[in-house]
Ligand binder design. Structure first.
Ligand code: CU
Length: 276
């Protein structure tokens, strides 16, 4: 991450656009503010790349085209810190594509999970999946200056180069600097070390937080920690539940402990209880 920041700053300096104002910017890009808890999972907190935006605060619309040549057009977007952008994401291809914002590290980890769990249904606010010929939307506020990557995590697409970046200028700095392909150095540090699963771990409950309950479809959206028995890192996703009654024990916002299993077509919560 630090390397990327340095690279981004280097690009800015090389572009010569912000001479004289750069001294106050680097520190701001390094730390997310307003986040007191230091959770033990190795996942960047969402607000390091920004937060889901509110429609009433949109300042600009950015059109992004996704193609079967595995490219985003444009692949470079600029933003100002604090700005709320509506991304209108069009899929001009004949394959499913998606636009996912994140740090490069998180995108890579997520991509590995997509390859491993193709049936997985994500519910992250930082992504939009778009069917061929359709257009999707995502509203995002960029709260931190620096670089926010984006990618298509459909199997094979990221590897084929379907990625780009948003360069977020610090609030006080002059905007409008396009981040050139600072991704010239492919980073190899992004892959998380595989965690060994043990038979003991398989019995463990996973911690999570209820984001949404959909009784009609017997689904629950959980922001969860690592699911050891599935070797799945923490993320937010939609689970099926084994029995509808399981959904009566918890409500939106609850901290919970749960067990999940993988069936041939879905990932299913088999037990869930409020955490005390
Ligand atoms: Cu794609």
């Amino acid at each position: 991450m630090k390397k990327q920041l340095i690279a981004a700053v280097a690009v800015l300096l090389a572009a010569g656009a912000v001479a004289g104002t750069s001294h106050s910017r680097a520190p701001a890009a390094e730390k997310a503010t307003g986040h007191g808890h230091a959770a033990g999972h190795g996942h960047a907190e969402p607000d390091t790349v920004g937060v889901p935006g509110e429609a009433s605060k949109i300042t600009r619309t950015v059109d992004v085209d996704m193609t079967d040549t595995m490219r985003f057009i444009p692949a470079s977007v600029t933003a100002k810190q604090g700005e709320t952008i509506r991304f209108v994401v069009k899929n001009s291809g004949q394959l499913k594509h998606e636009f996912v914002l994140g740090t490069e590290k998180d995108l890579k980890a997520h991509y590995e999970q997509m390859k491993k769990f193709p049936e997985m249904e994500h519910a992250e606010p930082n992504m939009v999946t778009v069917a061929p010929g359709k257009t999707g939307e995502m509203i995002w506020q960029f709260t931190q200056s620096g670089r926010v990557d984006f990618a298509c995590l459909q199997p094979g697409h990221y590897d084929a180069g379907m990625k780009g970046a948003v360069k977020v200028a610090a609030a006080k700095a002059a905007a409008g600097v396009v981040l050139a392909q600072a991704q010239a150095q492919p980073q190899s540090s992004g892959t998380p070390a595989p965690t060994a699963s043990t038979s003991v771990a398989a019995e463990a409950m996973t911690e999570g937080e209820v984001r949404k309950i959909d009784k009609e479809n017997r689904k629950i959206t959980l922001k969860h920690g690592e699911i050891k028995n599935l070797e799945m890192p923490g993320m937010t996703m939609v689970f099926q539940v084994k029995e509808a009654a399981l959904l009566d024990a918890v409500k939106q916002g609850d901290k919970v402990r749960f067990k999940a299993e993988r069936t041939s077509s879905a990932i299913v919560v088999t037990e869930i209880e409020p955490a005390k």
